[in-house]
Design a binder for this molecule. Structure first.
Ligand SMILES: Cc1cc2nc3c(=O)[nH]c(=O)nc-3n(C[C@H](O)[C@H](O)[C@H](O)COP(=O)(O)OP(=O)(O)OC[C@H]3O[C@@H](n4cnc5c(N)ncnc54)[C@H](O)[C@@H]3O)c2cc1C
Length: 505
């Protein structure tokens, strides 16, 4: 065993360190299968103190450290870039530390999942509002705050999960431990506010993709779950992209505080039904695009009033209402009442077991998303020749398109789009060119979407470096980010390589 291994073992104990080849490979990938980086060592620390000691050693040894929650970043962000480094698996730190029921704030360790957190809260009639990402059954709150995640429900009303952040405990790359917001005042007992006591330093770590520090303790606002709710789904008429954008805009103009509003394109409805993943849509005669809303209220009267306004918008835009039951195709009800918000995307990722999703998640203003989706179709046609090469091996053509378009607080939407392809291993043979082609196509699609001015929130390995490579950052923004990184992490040990911040390898 190396000296480094023994030093680390002393910190976390024998049981929570490994350099076994199968463990290292188990931590070498995220959602996609084209990006891989095998770590040297995997650690499962139990608290901030242990992480602090690990980071001090990593500085002495000049070795990269990559924090990892559930490891389901879509851009390879929670595995090393290249074969090297220490992966810090945060999932052992999954305890609820305090529920301040009077002030409606929960504090938990960063490795806890949205599912576990909300299961606990529901016994008190509370929820986190924005329920994190669509992967919330396993995604950790630390990984999601590092991404500005949205998509697991509630983001039209509550915004991204970083909106409800109150305070963070972070271990800086140097090993120092800090607390932000109200907790910067050492006389404050419990976290109660993010802003004040100086600048919003919690904000520095929101969406940082794990480059500025390791989040260990997170305090979030929680909310009483309203008693009344309506969930409705509608079929869209022709020109569904433009009509859905118009509907989402009208919801905003009227100031109606929908909990969720989502547009699901026709391709998605057709393929998921065809593959038997959404039995609720089997009986739909026309497999057209759908739009749904979920609205909450504290009284029956308030609910009726809001539903009346929303239904008028839907009627004016010539949509057709589906029945109220889930079996009528009412995905809105499944989403809200049966945790469909945390299951839907898993269905999408598993459409064809032999396929690999190379995806993208970004924000755009409502008014430009139809244009972005049309251009993604155009991109697909322009790459017909490359798609053919993959078709000739796999017997199926890769699918380019968009998943749900979700309304976010403000006038934004989240677009999940991508290119779902096949891998190089097919029918017992390896076709290496497919991996290279997939990477090339993925890059090309992401560049195309970036040039529409899209704002990426999850960036990981791939997107963070692509933004730099294609010159998408303004020079001033990039330089500021770099100088903050240098100040906090002079040896660039944390998430080395992201945003092309390499340091000495
Ligand atoms: C089926 C499916 C559905 C998804 N749906 C969505 C969605 O709706 N919306 C969405 O935003 N994303 C979605 N994702 C992507 C991803 O799951 C989320 O972004 C999620 O928030 C990541 O959480 P995680 O715990 O897996 O983070 P990881 O992938 O482990 O880490 C994410 C990033 O944060 C860093 N990090 C992790 N923990 C810490 C920590 N404690 N301190 C500092 N840095 C840390 C990592 O280094 C990495 O850069 C989906 C993925 C899948 C497979």
């Amino acid at each position: 065993m190396s000296d480094l291994y023994n030093k680390l073992k002393k910190i976390v104990s024998d049981k929570f360190v490994s350099n076994d080849i199968y463990v290292r490979h188990g931590y070498s990938r995220n959602v996609d299968i084209v990006l891989q980086g095998v770590p040297d060592i995997v650690l499962r620390p139990k608290d901030a103190q242990e992480i602090s000691e690990i980071l001090k050693i990593a500085n002495e040894e000049n070795i990269a450290v990559i924090p990892r929650g559930a490891g389901i970043c879509e851009f390879g962000g929670s595995k090393p870039i290249g074969d090297n480094g220490i992966v810090l698996d945060m999932k052992r730190m999954n305890n609820i530390l305090n529920l301040d029921e009077e002030n409606l704030i929960i504090t938990a360790e960063a490795g806890i999942s949205w599912g576990k957190l909300n299961e606990y809260l529901c016994y008190f009639g509370l929820y986190t509002g924005c329920m994190g990402p669509g992967s919330g059954m396993s995604a950790s709150i630390g990984g999601s705050i590092s991404h500005h995640s949205v998509g697991g429900g509630g983001c039209a009303k509550y915004g991204a999960c970083t909106n409800q952040l109150v305070s963070l405990e972070v271990v800086l790359p140097s090993g120092e431990i800090i607390e932000t917001g109200s907790q910067a005042n050492k006389f404050s007992n419990l976290p109660f506010n993010r802003f004040g006591n100086g600048p919003d330093l919690a904000g520095l770590f929101c969406g940082d993709n794990g480059i500025f520090g390791v989040k260990t303790k997170i305090s979030l606002q929680v909310f009483p779950k309203p008693e009344h709710v309506e969930c409705k789904t509608f079929q869209l008429p022709r020109k569904e992209r433009e009509v859905s954008a118009k509907i989402l805009n009208e919801i905003r103009y009227r100031g109606i505080d929908v909990y969720d509003a989502m547009y699901l394109m026709d391709l998605l409805v057709r393929i998921t039904t065809q593959e038997g993943l959404m039995p609720m849509w089997n009986q739909l005669k026309k497999k057209r695009g759908l739009i749904f809303y979920t609205i909450e209220a504290n009284t029956e009267v308030e609910l009726k009033e809001k539903v009346k306004l929303l239904d008028k918008i839907m009627e004016d835009n010539k949509t057709e209402s589906l029945g109220s039951e889930i079996s009528d195709g009412n995905i809105a009800r499944w989403h809200y009442e049966e945790q469909g918000h945390w299951q839907f995307y898993h269905n999408l990722w598993g459409i064809f077991p032999s396929m690999q999703p190379l995806t993208a998640e970004c924000f755009t203003p409502i008014n430009i998303f139809p244009k972005v989706l049309n251009d993604i179709d155009q991109w697909d046609m322009e790459h017909e020749e490359d798609m053919r090469k993959i078709f000739n091996i796999a017997g199926n053509r890769p699918i380019t398109g968009s998943g749900p378009i979700i309304l976010i607080d403000g006038n934004n939407v989240e677009i999940t789009c991508g290119f779902t392809s096949f891998w190089s291993y097919f029918n017992g043979e390896i076709h290496d060119f497919i991996d290279d082609l997939n990477l090339e196509l993925w890059k090309s699609l992401l560049e195309r979407v970036t040039k529409h001015g899209a704002q990426w929130y999850m960036m990981g390995d791939f997107m963070s470096r692509l933004m730099v490579d294609i010159g998408a950052y303004s020079e001033e923004f990039y330089n500021l980010m770099k100088s903050i990184k240098k100040t906090l992490d002079p040896n660039m040990i944390l998430s080395r390589g992201k945003f092309n911040f390499w340091g000495d390898k």
